[in-house]
Design a protein around this ligand. Structure first.
Ligand SMILES: [Zn+2]
Length: 203
């Protein structure tokens, strides 16, 4: 599918239980497409010219004064500067509150050793960039559907995304982005089935 009239520079389908890294240069756009629907994609983004700057959900919550993402919002960095802007969103429900699933999520909470997980998949995807295990920032979890009630308590629900839904982001600086197909298949984060995510870089 093509989601805009921009020219597709590259495309990649991330298989279930994995991750992929892509450059998105200033002025280019990135589409993150939920191919089959109800699939979360954990997203991290670095400034390609200074990898110590990265999109930072805690700074986003502060700069946006919000727990929800809207078209036009900046994806603010740990320097309080947006690296990307959300320019289109066909779902309107995402999370930038939760950490990536990791070894300990499956080991501690489910008693399962060596379950695939977003954190390790992000480390692998970024291997060429010298990012260490303990340097993976918190993610934006595209399509993740957490309901927070008036008391601040939350419930994780199936994503609202249907097949082909997507978000489109515009890079404000040269960016290195890594995205996963979230590996969670014990609770309904991904509708209990892990499915592909497609990335398109638009020139
Ligand atoms: Zn995950």
């Amino acid at each position: 599918m093509t989601v805009s009239d921009h020219k597709i520079k590259s495309r990649f389908v991330i298989p279930p239980y994995s991750a992929h890294c892509v450059d998105v240069l200033a002025g280019e756009e990135l589409c993150i497409i939920d191919v089959e629907g109800r699939q979360v994609s954990d997203f991290i983004c670095f400034n390609k010219d200074d990898m110590t700057e990265h999109v930072s959900p805690v700074h986003m919550r502060s700069s946006l004064s919000s727990l929800r993402l809207k078209v036009g919002d900046g994806l603010f960095s740990n320097r309080r500067d947006p690296l990307m802007t959300l320019v289109e969103d066909t779902v309107g429900k995402h999370d930038f509150f939760f950490p990536a699933c990791d070894y300990y999520r499956y080991k501690v909470d489910f008693g399962v050793e060596n379950h695939p997980n977003c954190h390790d998949n992000l480390v692998k995807a970024l291997a060429g960039h010298g990012i260490r295990m303990d340097e993976i920032p918190d993610p934006i979890n595209w399509f993740m559907n957490n309901d927070v009630d008036a008391n601040g308590d939350y419930t994780i629900r199936d994503p609202l995304s249907r097949p082909g839904d997507y978000v489109r982001l515009r890079a404000l600086k040269n960016c290195v982005v890594a995205c996963t197909t979230c590996s969670q298949d014990f609770v309904p984060v991904n509708g209990m089935t892990v499915t592909p995510i497609e990335l398109q870089v638009l020139a």
